[in-house]
Design a protein around this ligand. Structure first.
Ligand SMILES: Cc1ncc(C[n+]2csc(CCOP(=O)(O)OP(=O)(O)O)c2C)c(N)n1
Ligand SMILES: [Mg+2]
Length: 515
């Protein structure tokens, strides 16, 4: 076998069985090797940001990495924004980037570039392969470095001669290092703070703390101590819905976040970082906690927050408290015009048990989190790193990771246009992905930010940079042209009708919601 085949066989043996690819000439031996390994699924993305965002969504749902296959520096660069989101999500992703043959690199051919420099800001692990014979081991190391959730982005650069020259065999899997449990004194300090400050304490939950086990443990602590439960503003993945403890979400705008946090004397961080404002604004703080508030770290995002919370249940003597949430009434179907509330209620009323909702709805999404607490059990994924264009790719990867679950992309229009070609991949792969497209014909959030900056009457140029009109986008035609059936709706009643139908049929569909 050649180096390429040894790499793909090594990946499959380690359980990495999906390759989101957009290859070129420097990856041809790897492309050919995919056919030699039955277990490896090859998924074409028509832009590298689709591949990297899909790998992120896959990792969040599968708790293991997929690989991407990308073309030299420029191809990789196209995928960086969604790798930035993956890094913020602590998602394990293995990038394999083809490069010029080792002996061709000195020639500085047109596609040559400094791939390592491009990879550094988004990768926790980087290696450039040196020979075909060591390539299998390089791949095993990359997969181990990427780890599980919480993991990291690992980037392996593979010159084409290392792919086509002879190799001996695949490498056996290397177990990723275990996610470290938080130290005992972190648990003691958290227990002491909660005992001391009771209802003046908030636990800020992030990462694995937002899975079912973490939420149930946190709910026991809250029930026994009176402490508040708040989740980070943009969780990578949170389990939600009827029967699960509800948590408040830290608001996006710093004024509102400061207000929510003002009454607390102590914050216990469980898998979350200390909260900071999303942006700096004149006269607003960077840190959001009130002056004098003490910060106790139970578990960092890199540590096992579930183990920390479960140990804290015992340390607080909360094991007999209830982690069971009181029943909530499922939202009723609304009537009338489409807006953030009627859309949120319709989705929450109709989404099936086990749905996965990727929320990149931006300003149309603000009502959804609270309303969806009363929906069927579901998983919510959000835009961890703020780099828009993640929603449709992440949906694609989540649908590949969970073929038996329905994935709903709750998707803003401007953000959709960055990676709209993910729809084609959804059609080609026959994924159960339903896109609910919020067409407000604008970068609405930027119009809000202009107002916040005191620009009451934006000028012609400022308006033109925040309006998505002239020409209007037609998402029904865009979607159909990529093989995804689509309809347009203008009322909550029509949305309910079309959504019910879309959710009952296999394969992807798009519903364009006119706001
Ligand atoms: C990669 C990237 N480019 C640009 C931005 C800046 N940005 C933030 S929100 C936004 C527009 C969002 O518009 P849309 O998705 O239509 O949502 P709406 O605000 O209309 O609800 C832009 C351009 C960003 N966050 N990330
Ligand atoms: Mg918009």
């Amino acid at each position: 076998m050649n180096g390429a085949e040894s790499l793909i066989r090594t990946a499959a043996a380690a359980g990495v069985t999906v390759c989101f690819a957009n290859p070129g000439t420097t990856e041809m031996p790897l492309v050919a090797a995919l056919d030699a390994v039955e277990e490896m699924r090859a998924v074409l993305g028509l832009f590298e940001g689709v591949c990297t965002g899909a790998a992120d969504g896959y990792a969040r749902m599968a708790d293991k990495p997929a690989m991407t296959l990308l073309h030299l520096g420029p191809g990789f660069a196209n995928g960086i924004a969604n790798l930035h989101n993956a890094r913020r999500a602590h998602s394990p992703v293995v990038n394999v980037i083809g490069d010029h043959a080792t002996w061709h690199q000195a020639a500085d051919a047109p596609l040559a570039s400094d791939i390592v420099s491009l990879a550094k800001p988004v990768s926790g692990w980087i290696r450039a392969a040196r020979s075909a014979k060591s390539l299998a081991r390089d791949m095993a190391d990359a997969i181990a470095a990427a780890g599980r959730m919480p993991g990291q982005v690992a980037t392996l650069i593979v010159p084409s001669d290392c792919q086509w020259e002879n190799a001996d065999r695949a490498a056996p899997p290397i177990a990723p290092s275990a996610v470290p449990a938080p130290p005992g004194d972190a648990i003691d300090a958290s227990a002491e703070a909660i005992r001391r400050d009771g209802a003046k304490t908030a636990m800020l939950l992030g990462g694995l703390a937002l899975r079912e086990r973490g939420l149930r443990a946190a709910a026991k602590i809250a029930a026994s101590s009176g402490c508040a439960l708040i989740c980070e503003t943009f969780p990578a993945r949170i389990e939600r819905g009827v029967g699960l403890p509800a948590v408040a979400r830290l608001p996006y705008f710093p004024e509102q976040a400061v207000e929510m946090l003002a009454k607390f004397q102590t914050i216990v961080l469980a898998g979350a970082r200390e909260p900071v404002a999303f942006f700096g604004y004149p006269n607003l703080p960077s840190r959001l906690l009130p002056k004098g508030c003490s910060v106790v770290t139970l578990a960092t995002p890199e540590q096992d927050a579930v183990a920390g919370l479960e140990a804290l249940v015992d340390a607080c003597g909360a094991s007999r408290s209830s982690g069971v949430a009181p029943p909530l009434n499922r939202p009723a179907l609304p009537r009338g015009p489409l807006n953030a509330f009627t859309i949120a209620q319709t989705i929450a009323a109709l989404m099936p048990e086990g749905a996965i909702v990727m929320d990149e709805a931006a300003t149309t999404g603000f009502a959804f989190f609270d309303v969806a607490a009363a929906a069927s059990r579901h998983t919510c994924l959000t835009l961890t790193g703020g780099a828009i264009g993640q929603g449709l790719p992440c949906t694609t990867g989540a649908a590949i990771a969970c073929p038996d679950r329905r994935v709903i992309a709750f998707q803003a229009d401007g953000s959709a246009m960055y990676t709209i070609q993910a729809l084609w991949t959804q059609a080609r792969e026959g994924l159960n992905a339903t896109t609910l497209l919020c067409n407000n014909r604008s970068y609405r959030i930027l119009q809000v930010e202009l107002q916040r900056a005191g620009v009451v009457e934006p000028g012609r140029k400022a308006r033109s940079l925040t309006e998505l009109s002239s020409p209007d986008l037609d998402f029904v035609r865009l979607s159909r042209s990529m093989g995804v059936p689509a309809v347009r709706v203008e009322t909550a009643e029509a949305l309910a009708d079309k959504l019910r139908r879309a959710l009952s049929e296999p394969g992807p569909q798009l519903i364009e919601m006119m706001l």
